[in-house]
Design a binder for this molecule. Structure first.
Ligand code: PGA
Length: 268
């Protein structure tokens, strides 16, 4: 199965110029690693950029005909109407987005988003035929007794009323809130590869009770939280994750290209 690396730019960079330079540098870096397959083509890795909404149109033009996909960091669950400041799934689809990050812990912390909201957002993203990238892992600390606490409950809520046949369209992200970087430096506490593997098994177990073991084993489950070129091999290789959600490191072209190269070269 191909690995997926999703770049979550959050509220960065500060100008369109910088955003385009970043996209250009990353794309050139990937192309130089694959001289026979230009256009951001990777053999073993799918890449998605999730920039702020305001940069999407221009980035879409730059990515035109490349293999790098466009994603969003958020969406509102209603289709249209009197919702000042919001953006619908259909608008994102029309923009060319292929996936949407949902339920990020920063959205819960800063904008009081609930798991019930996330559930409605998943439904609207699926309806618009995009891929929901659903963040899980609300443990308040890295304390041993806290680890993976509440992930089962989160799954229970976010998957309500989602038809069984749609479950394999969702990408699940295990992203413990305490492991997220400050954008520059990795968190001082990180989960072990065993913790991350346990999260994958927990999500698979939950899914297998709904869709059976075989289908659950095919679900895409990735890791997020301070991923960089030093730890990506451990989280994807040792923890058997299907990819990574990369924040701070995706804003540094050289570092992000390094991450992709490492994942490309992995034999798993
Ligand atoms: P980080 O962010 O890689 O900077 O920790 C990941 C995320 O919050 O999605």
């Amino acid at each position: 199965m191909k690995k997926i690396i999703i770049a979550n730019w959050k509220m960065n960079p500060q100008s369109q110029q910088e955003a385009l330079e970043l996209v250009g540098a990353i794309r050139n870096g990937i192309d130089s690693q694959h001289p026979n397959h230009p256009m951001g083509h990777c053999v073993n890795t799918d890449i998605v950029f999730c920039p702020p909404f305001v940069f999407m149109e221009k980035i879409k033009q730059v990515l035109n005909r490349s293999k790098i996909a466009l994603g969003a960091q958020n969406v509102f669950y209603e289709n249209s109407g009197t919702f000042t400041g919001e953006i619908s799934a259909q608008m994102l689809k029309d923009m060319g987005c292929e996936c949407v990050i949902l339920g990020h812990s920063e959205r819960k912390r800063c904008f009081f988003e609930s798991m019930e909201d996330v559930n409605k957002k998943i439904i609207s993203v699926l309806k618009a035929e995009m891929i929901p990238v659903v963040c899980l892992g609300d443990e308040s600390s890295a304390d041993e007794n806290e680890k993976l606490n509440g992930v089962d409950d989160q799954l229970e809520i976010v998957l309500q009323n989602i038809p069984k046949e749609k479950l394999n369209k969702i990408i699940f992200v295990y992203e413990p809130a305490w492991a997220i970087s400050d954008g520059k430096k990795p968190s001082t506490v990180l989960p072990s590869s065993n913790d991350v593997l346990s999260a994958k098994l927990l999500v698979q177990k939950f899914l297998s009770s709904i869709i059976g073991k075989k289908k659950a084993s095919m679900a895409k489950i990735i890791y997020g939280g301070s991923v960089n070129s030093k730890n990506v091999a451990e989280y994807i290789g040792d923890s058997l994750m299907d990819g990574a959600l990369v924040g701070g490191a995706s804003l540094r072209a050289k570092e992000f290209i390094k991450i992709i190269k490492i994942v490309e070269d992995m034999k798993c």
